[in-house]
Write a protein that binds this ligand. Structure first.
Ligand SMILES: [Zn+2]
Ligand SMILES: [Zn+2]
Length: 84
């Protein structure tokens, strides 16, 4: 697996959770499994899809499975909906 680095600090990201099931708590959509990485310097959280072919979301830059919706955008959309 390629190294994942923070886009701002260029530190190597640390894996916090592997295969974390995302989406089910907030969304009716299918579960998406993501690996959660954190930058040791600025503590920015980055999400990467755990399985399948990857693509980079054009909106937020998160890498996710090509067959799935972007977990970050989906979560943001759900939170926006909840705040209306
Ligand atoms: Zn950073
Ligand atoms: Zn996105």
């Amino acid at each position: 697996m390629a190294e994942k680095n923070c886009p701002s600090c260029h530190k190597e990201l640390k894996l916090r959770e592997s295969g974390y099931p995302m989406g089910s708590a907030f969304l009716k959509a299918d579960r998406v499994h993501v690996d959660i990485y954190e930058c040791p310097e600025c503590h920015e959280i980055r999400l990467y899809s755990s399985d399948g072919d990857m693509m980079t979301c054009p909106k937020c830059g998160t890498q996710h499975n090509v067959k799935e919706a972007c977990p970050v955008c989906a979560l943001n959309a759900a939170l926006d909906e909840a705040n209306k």
